[in-house]
Design a protein. Structure first.
Length: 817
């Protein structure tokens, strides 16, 4: 059978893999060569502060900033981790606005094109304080844009737990650039974007903004700004500051919805994945958590037009939206190879946005199912977008009207493709991929939703095979469990969710088949399944927790035990809960000033007690205030210094945590694996003890039998002795009989010889008899012949005699006459 789409020739992949395996090592070394040289050069520069080394660093940075291989910056590799740490140390030890620092900015901008690296720069390596130091009013527009664009990348979704160093300078600088309404519209737009990112879900940043800015005046100024993206950021800023600035007019919500759709269309057309994702995420969060926004969503009446416009963007870019049903599978699995990672992230965000609209059941969305399903099916085969595409299909299957035969036809026609994807779980390399695990989990949810539709249930149940589930659980229950440390995938939350989705699908199948019910019960009796359910209860999202609680009803005691054991393994991120405090102000004022301040305060207190405050000299009060201001200024400097040191130490600890977390996970997996093996060994030991006990009982029984047999043996031995004596007598008699037998044998031989001679004589006699008999026969024959001749002769003689007699008589009678 011909393979569909781009996988028509599977042998081609084998050939490519064989070639790649030969050259893989050299290619890997060449790819990371510049990184290694940069890390080495940075280490040497930090030790020697040599300008030649700095020039080499600049060359390496310029080369890496132009690199097209974004996989270099994958944070999961050790080399990328060392690279980011080197850049961090370099920027902390250089002048904030030096040439090398700007080269670092260019490199980090290139790194942010890798989504994993962008998240690592934001959460693990904490580059924001380094970048905040580089901000000033004298920067050229190009540098402002580069710096702000990098900040926009590494602040999208940032969580600020405390006042990080230079955050005040950063926020005030952004506000200045916004208030001045820069002639370059891009600087204004990026400044607003960074400010929104900093304040979104970060109370400390909002307090800093409130403390250093007149918020009402700032918001009024922002509301006068023009531009589609700018107006959207202004709406978002107003919503973020709603609790502080006061009432938000109701007209702002429809404007936010409309601007969101227009911004989505524009950024989607430009493939600006970061802004597109940021706009969508903000919109979805506020739509879920703000009642006024929920009401505005229900009242908005342009969903069909706006979502249709977004889908039209994909059509104009040449992507498949409407697919003939008969060629569904082969066409869907093919996709143009020129799609960039940015485009894939845009599509992923679009699918997430559509999924949100379907879940929210906004007006007119159901009329677009016929266009949304082909889009989701088209991107289902792409690993980056597959999870979101399957989520869209799942929610459509849940919300679709069962009378919509065309929509159900689309899903049923794609069932073979779903099964093809599901069977990929039998590939161990695929199961080691986190993205594939998420994709498989979404597919299982889709199949669960399809089973609940009556018209599709029977066909889906016919297609699903038990071997697929055995492949899914093989890494968890088999001997080659990834918990042994070879692969961490089975301990990841995505893998835990996958197992729960598989169990939920099995539960739906078990409702209608005893065979599936037996298999589900078999799984629910396994300890590893209890551990997975416990992990889901403690770590998974709410929908998976609900599934885990439902499944735990049949084995609640064992799951509770596993959950209790799991508590000792769970690690908490203490960095997010640090309470850094310092005794600022201690020893900040010299002793003489402290004594003067104490005397002054005592005099003022006495004057207040005597109601003689008017007699206190103004100069003394001013001196008191000066002391107080001096004290507070020194306390603030000390606090900022302490905060910067604490943040630096915290960042250092975060870097260590990023390296120790995989090791910790590996050790936890090893511990779980050892615990499992220990339980298996304990069970085997108990079995062996039972077998040994049974063997001892059998041995005691055999000993009793041995004693009986031994006594019987002695009796038999005695009888055997008697038999031997009898045997000796019998042997003597046998010898005599043997001698007599020999004599008889000789006699017999003689008789046989005589008998032989007699037989020979008899034979000869018989031969003679035969000869004589032959002769007798011959003689008898001759005799018979002679007798016959004689008889004939006699007859002839008689005739002749008669004739003679007649003649004689006649003659006589003649003579007588």
């Amino acid at each position: 059978m011909e393979m569909p789409g781009n996988i028509r020739n599977p042998n081609l992949f084998g050939s490519i893999s064989a070639v790649n395996s030969l050259n893989g090592s050299n290619n890997l070394e060449n790819r990371f060569l510049k990184m290694k040289m940069l890390v080495t050069a940075v280490e040497q520069y930090l030790e020697t502060r040599n300008d030649d080394q700095l020039n080499m660093i600049n060359q390496y940075l310029q080369g890496l900033s132009l690199s097209l291989d974004l996989s270099l910056y994958d944070p999961d590799t050790n080399m990328a981790g060392n690279f980011f740490l080197s850049i961090y140390e370099l920027m902390n030890n250089l002048e904030p606005r030096s040439l090398t620092s700007w080269h670092c900015v260019d490199v980090l901008l290139n790194c942010c094109k890798n989504s994993g690296a962008r998240k690592a720069l934001m959460t693990t390596y904490k580059f924001l304080p380094c970048l905040a130091r580089m901000m000033c009013d004298q920067l050229a527009t190009k540098k402002k844009v580069s710096l702000l664009r990098l900040m926009q990348n590494i602040t999208c979704g940032i969580k600020i737990q405390w006042q990080i160093p230079h955050i005040t300078h950063l926020i005030t600088s952004l506000c200045k650039w916004i208030e001045r309404q820069q002639p370059d519209h891009e600087v204004l737009e990026l400044s607003l974007a960074v400010l929104v990112n900093l304040c979104y879900k970060n109370v400390s940043s909002v307090y800093i903004l409130q403390h250093h800015t007149d918020l009402k005046k700032f918001i009024r100024m922002c509301l006068s700004l023009k531009g589609m993206i700018v107006e959207l950021y202004v709406c978002e800023m107003a919503l973020i500051l709603e609790d502080i600035s006061g009432y938000i007019p109701g007209v702002l919500f429809p404007k936010l919805i409309d601007n969101t759709f227009m911004a989505c269309i524009e950024t989607y057309r430009k493939r600006d994945n970061l802004v597109f994702k940021q706009v969508i995420e903000f919109f979805m969060v506020f739509a879920k958590n703000n009642p006024a926004m929920t009401s505005a969503l229900a009242a908005y009446d342009k969903y069909g037009e706006r979502v249709g416009s977004i889908l039209e963007v994909r059509t104009k870019q040449g992507l498949l939206l409407e697919i003939p049903l008969k060629n569904h599978f082969s066409q869907l699995i093919e996709r143009s190879s020129d799609q960039s990672d940015q485009d894939l992230e845009c599509v992923e965000a679009l699918l997430e946005f559509i999924d949100f609209l379907i879940e929210a059941k906004v007006p007119q969305i159901s009329s677009l199912y016929g266009r949304i399903i082909p889009l989701a099916l088209n991107w289902m085969q792409e690993m980056t977008t597959s999870y979101r595409a399957l989520s869209v299909l799942r929610d459509i299957a849940i919300n679709v009207d069962q009378n919509e035969s065309k929509i159900l036809e689309f899903l049923m026609a794609s069932l073979r493709m779903f099964m093809f994807t599901l069977k990929c779980c039998q590939d161990e390399k695929m199961m080691a991929s986190t993205e594939f695990i998420k994709r498989l989990g979404a597919l299982l949810q889709l199949l669960t939703a399809m089973i609940q539709v009556e018209s599709m249930r029977e066909k889906v149940m016919q297609e699903i095979q038990q071997d697929v589930f055995r492949s899914i659980f093989a890494s968890l229950l088999g001997d080659s469990s990834p918990r042994s440390g070879d692969s961490p995938s089975s301990c990841k939350i995505e893998a835990v969710n996958l197992y729960l989705y598989a169990l939920a699908l099995l539960a739906k199948l078990a409702e209608r088949s005893n065979e599936w019910l037996d298999y589900l019960n078999e799984l629910l009796h396994d300890r590893q399944i209890h551990v997975v359910i416990a992990q889901a209860i403690s770590r998974s999202p709410p929908n998976v927790k609900q599934l885990a609680l439902e499944l735990s009803l049949t084995c609640s005691r064992k799951v509770s035990s596993a959950l209790a054991n799991l508590q000792s393994f769970m690690s908490t991120d203490t960095c997010g809960h640090l309470n850094i405090s310092a005794d600022v102000g201690v020893g900040l004022i010299p002793v003489v000033q402290s004594e003067r301040l104490n005397i002054l305060l005592e005099n003022i207190e006495k004057a207040i007690a005597r109601n003689e405050i008017d007699n206190v000299a103004t100069s003394e009060l001013m001196e008191c205030y000066n002391f107080k201001i001096s004290y507070l200024a020194q306390a603030e400097r000390a606090a900022l210094s302490s905060l910067e040191a604490s943040t630096k130490h915290c960042t250092h600890l975060q870097h260590r945590i990023s390296r120790l977390t995989p090791e910790n996970a590996r050790l936890q997996q090893s511990e779980l694996h050892i615990t499992r093996k220990l339980e298996e060994v304990t069970t085997k030991a108990e079995d062996l003890e039972n077998k040994l006990r049974n063997f001892r009982n059998k041995c005691d029984a055999e000993k009793g039998r041995y004693k009986v047999l031994h006594s019987q043996f002695l009796e038999k031995d005695k009888a055997l002795g008697e038999c031997r004596a009898s045997l000796a007598d019998a042997e003597n008699q046998l010898a005599k009989l043997q001698s007599a037998l020999e004599d008889l044998e000789e006699t017999r031989k003689k008789q046989e010889k005589q008998e032989q001679l007699a037989k020979e004589q008899i034979t000869k006699a018989e031969e003679s008899n035969k000869n004589l008999a032959t002769q007798i026969q011959d003689l008898e024959k001759t005799l018979r012949e002679k007798e016959k001749l004689l008889k004939d002769t006699r007859i002839d003689l008689e005739l002749k005699t008669n004739i003679i007699n007649n003649i004689t008589r006649m003659a006589t009678s003649s003579l007588a006459r």
